[in-house]
Design a protein around this ligand. Structure first.
Ligand code: FAD
Length: 437
């Protein structure tokens, strides 16, 4: 008999409830991560699900997790293949009797879990909710899923996430893991050379160091005024890549935030960090609730948009060659570093949907490939919001690019640094005034 911990987006040892629950069993333990080959093949948008920057961050994170597990006499087994096939094979070959896994928001991830559960009825399948602030049972008072963020916020205002007993235990009890068993054909992927352009390094150790450094600085007290800047390490928290991969849990971040407020006082800025984490929380439950509709052209509101697919425009947008320098600079930054500020994401997504009139899902798929902090719920949820097919009560956003440039890059420093004017091109359409030629 063997226990399996299936790591997904909870790539840490500290504060990991799935691992903690598995540690309570006496059988040998397999710690597994699946690398799906489909991530690296072109999807329906002709893009990979994981591009180079994202893969590097994930790769570093997996290596770091293996180092953490070694301290407990364990190791991380990494297998290549579709999760259903890989996990099914492991269940049969190693007589797995219990599986522990973190609950995920994505439709396809949930479908895999259900398929395995239906197929292996004698195995005990256990999921915990450690990617969110709240556990599902704390939200049962919400009858109908709130269609807007403000309604959701109103519902969760009074919930104290620290009272969930499992959260408290996994935080405090010292972890002792059962012995590892060795798995055939599992190996850590080769370490990729560091990308000199990125400030993000994967893994829970670096994540915890960054969390400590951020809350040791005075930045949280000015977050509200600085968060919209296009660039600057401490001007927003920069926690997203570690959160997305589960090197940190949102509960750990909020614990640090509350400690900061206790020592330095609470103000609009510190509360706004919590507010932003609630947005993440909302999108997580939203993705869980709406399932496949996260990826539907008409979104969750079934609205038909007047967009089309212009391959040339899409290419220009991806490579920072649109007629709009601010958009190009943002896209160049994204392609070079794997990160873009929230303001930058709003600017380029609005441009894709409004100026370029391209199907919003192409933009979301490109972000999925490029962002080191890609997370299915936050990405597709925000794209739906901007495109007007999601949870925006105003029905979509159109940012005025000139105004955005004046407000956030008045001296043109950002555009210059990221070469926003270098390759600015024209759009492919023919103006009505030039017709017929
Ligand atoms: P901070 O400003 O410091 O915020 C703190 C945390 O709050 C973030 O780490 C994040 O977890 C959460 N947060 C902040 N804003 C949002 C938001 N609008 N929606 C959800 N959570 C939020 N965020 C991702 O983590 N992954 C994505 O794939 C992603 N795709 C996006 C796509 C578009 C089109 C847009 C407009 C936004 C997207 N965001 C995404 C949200 C946001 O841009 C990033 O979370 C933020 O820029 C990350 O930087 P930070 O950690 O410094 O954020």
């Amino acid at each position: 008999m063997t226990t399996l911990v299936w790591f997904t987006d909870d790539l840490r040892v500290h504060d990991n409830q799935a691992l903690y629950l598995a540690s309570q069993r006496s059988e040998p333990l397999v710690c597994l991560y699946c690398v799906d080959e489909d991530w690296f093949k072109p999807n329906q948008y002709g893009l990979k699900r994981i591009g180079d920057q994202r893969w590097q961050f994930l790769n570093e994170t997996l290596h770091a997790l293996n180092v953490s597990l070694k301290k407990y006499g364990q190791r991380l087994c990494i297998l290549l293949g579709s999760p259903v096939a890989v996990i099914g094979n492991i269940i049969e070959k190693y007589n797995i009797t219990s599986i522990y896994c973190n609950s995920q928001a994505g439709y396809y991830e949930n479908r895999n879990w259900q398929t395995l559960k239906d197929k292996y009825v004698s195995v005990s399948f256990n999921r915990v909710e450690s990617s969110t602030l709240f556990a599902g049972h704390q939200l049962t008072h919400i009858d109908e899923f709130p269609k807007t963020f403000s309604k959701f916020r109103h519902h969760v205002d009074s919930i104290d996430f620290t009272i969930d007993p499992l959260i408290n235990i996994s935080h405090r009890i010292e972890l002792i893991l059962p012995p590892a068993i060795s798995i055939d054909n599992s190996e850590l992927p080769t370490v990729i050379d560091n990308n000199p352009n990125t400030s993000f390094v994967g893994g829970e150790k670096v994540a915890l160091e960054h969390l400590t450094a951020y809350f040791l600085s005075a930045a949280p007290s000015t977050y509200f005024d600085t968060r919209n800047e296009l660039e600057g390490w401490l001007l927003s928290t920069k926690l997203s890549p570690w959160l997305a991969n589960g090197c940190l849990s949102p509960r750990k971040i909020v614990s640090s935030l509350l400690e900061y407020e206790e020592n330095h006082g609470e103000n609009k800025s510190t509360r706004w960090i919590y507010f932003e984490l609630l947005w993440r929380e909302y999108f997580h439950w939203y993705a869980y609730h709406y399932g496949k509709d996260m990826f539907a052209f008409r979104g969750i509101v079934n609205k038909k948009l007047l967009t089309s697919f212009y391959p040339q425009r899409f290419k220009q947008w991806c490579h920072g060659k649109t007629p709009y320098p601010i958009v190009n600079a943002c896209m160049n930054q994204l392609n070079s570093t794997g990160y873009l500020s929230n303001r930058g994401r709003q600017i380029v997504s609005s441009c894709l949907v409004n100026e370029l009139q391209i199907d919003w899902r192409c933009g979301a798929a490109f972000f999925e490939q490029q962002l080191v902090d890609y997370d299915v719920a936050s990405n597709w949820g925000n794209w739906q919001y901007v495109a007007g097919v999601g949870c925006d009560p105003r029905g979509g956003r159109h940012f005025n690019l000139d105004k955005q440039t004046q407000s956030y890059d008045p001296e043109g420093t950002f555009i210059k640094k990221w070469g926003g004017e270098d390759n600015a091109g024209k759009l492919d359409y023919i103006d009505a005034a030039d017709w017929p030629i």
